[in-house]
Design a protein around this ligand. Structure first.
Ligand code: GLC
Length: 438
């Protein structure tokens, strides 16, 4: 085992709480949905049992309507209790009784993780693992289409930037205008009071302030989350007057791919796919075309409130490749952006915002830095498209970045320096997945 593999496994061991893994100590002491999926993909390489447990543990957070929450709070005393923001089981009887969770979801990479873990398990364990996870997935995907695609257009709508997983991506700066700023925050801003919060933030204790979202913007997001709670997480009520309503390109691209994997898993298990879900999956296969902009030659998110595309290029542009449904002529257009030094070509790839964009910031959270999970999604998409040269370029660059800089949350695309939080789980896990492929 190389010293890097050993280090990556140590990071995961250090963040292991027994049955699930925290993204990183102190700043992220709870369980996050897509973090656990990526972590399991890495664990599957050397400990498939533990990987299976990581995913099974998500079941305890599932709501009775099928939603998988983006966070399940740690019950351990001594950890910051952020569950007050959601108050899940006080607000709705849909939430599980034994754990506190958030009231929103996160990108659905779970089916992909389940399939990879299942493949790593012995034949006899595989079946019982799938028997647990496939019903979880069926309920979850049905919830997504039932509650988040009311018009049955094939694209689901997200109601909070945290649901996108790319919390602070520049596209939202153009939609944040309608994340209403409450009076108390406007006043606090004028008096510079929100700066007081800067002193109490665990994230800026562990990393530089310039690498994180501002307290002002974070408070706006907290405000938007509280309004979801006020509506009791009833999405038809939220949809009437949303603070944020986006058909996210990356979320829907991920969902489309994971729908196909779910169909494969059902086939393997001989499980019936409910007809409403089968129809929704069918509609979704071509729905991404509604996000294509002929003028710009790329896909964008759609702002549901205005009905307009949000013409800001970000890593979501390339995550579209993961969907597996992009017409060939468009694939070439997207891939050319990887080779363009004003777009996604950089010393260290892949920046989450094009280098030439006025919104590019090499070290600020989702505004330019390289993230291992977005690299992995794009690598996987390119591989399935048969674009081996590009896929390997990303794989090898990701391996190199980890070995040069460590297991950081994200990295500067200019000098490769590690940024954000150290000893970050999915960075270590996906390094192991990349190495296993090499
Ligand atoms: C940040 C990221 C989000 C991730 C979470 C836990 O909020 O934006 O994608 O799931 O941290 O790591």
């Amino acid at each position: 085992m190389s010293k890097y593999t050993e280090f990556a496994q140590d990071v995961l061991a250090q963040n292991d709480t027994g049955e699930w893994t925290i993204p990183a100590g102190h700043v992220y002491p709870h369980q996050w949905l897509w973090d656990s999926a990526f972590t399991a993909i890495g664990l599957a390489v050397y400990d498939p049992h533990r990987a299976a447990q990581e995913l099974i543990s998500l079941k305890r957070g599932q709501w009775s309507n099928g939603m998988l929450p983006h966070m399940i709070f740690s019950p351990q005393p001594g950890r910051p209790d952020d569950s007050w923001l959601w108050r899940s089981r006080r607000v709705t009887n849909l939430a599980p009784r034994n754990v506190w969770t958030s009231g929103i979801t996160q990108p659905p990479v779970l089916a992909d993780a389940v399939q990879r873990v299942a493949k790593a398990l012995e034949q006899n364990e595989r079946k019982s693992f799938l028997e647990i996870m496939v019903p979880v997935l069926l309920d979850y995907h049905q919830w997504l289409y039932r509650e988040r695609d009311a018009t049955q257009c094939g694209l689901v709508t997200l109601y909070h930037p945290w649901e996108t997983g790319l919390d602070n991506t520049p596209s939202w700066q153009f939609t944040n205008s309608y994340i209403h700023t409450p009076r108390w925050l406007r006043v606090a801003h004028k008096l510079n009071l929100h700066k007081l919060l800067d002193r109490n933030r665990p994230d800026t204790e562990s990393s530089n302030e310039s690498e994180r979202a501002s307290s002002y913007n974070s408070l706006k997001l907290v405000h938007a989350a509280r309004s979801l709670k006020k509506h009791g997480y009833n999405w038809s009520r939220v949809a009437q007057d949303p603070h944020f309503a986006i058909q996210s390109l990356s979320f829907n691209a991920i969902l489309i791919r994971n729908n196909q994997i779910l169909l494969e898993l059902c086939k393997e298990l001989n499980a019936a796919v409910p007809p409403v879900l089968a129809q929704a999956i069918d509609r979704a296969t071509t729905a991404l075309e509604g996000l294509w902009s002929e003028d710009f030659g790329e896909y964008f998110h759609r702002d549901v409130t205005t009905g307009n595309l949000v013409p800001i290029s970000t890593i979501s542009t390339l995550i579209a490749l993961y969907s597996g449904v992009i017409p060939e002529k468009r694939v070439a257009k997207l891939v050319s952006k990887l080779h363009d030094p004003h777009q996604f070509q950089a010393n260290y790839i892949i920046p989450t915002v094009p280098v030439g964009s006025p919104a590019f910031d090499p070290i600020n959270y989702w505004q330019g830095p390289v993230w291992m999970n977005t690299n992995w999604l794009i690598f996987d998409g390119l591989r399935r498209l048969g674009l081996e040269r590009e896929a390997l370029l990303i794989r090898d660059a990701s391996i190199h970045l980890f070995e040069e800089s460590g297991s950081f949350e994200y990295f500067s695309p200019l000098d490769g320096s590690g940024r954000g939080i150290q000893d970050f789980s999915w960075t270590a896990a996906l390094y192991l997945a990349f190495i296993a492929d090499a």
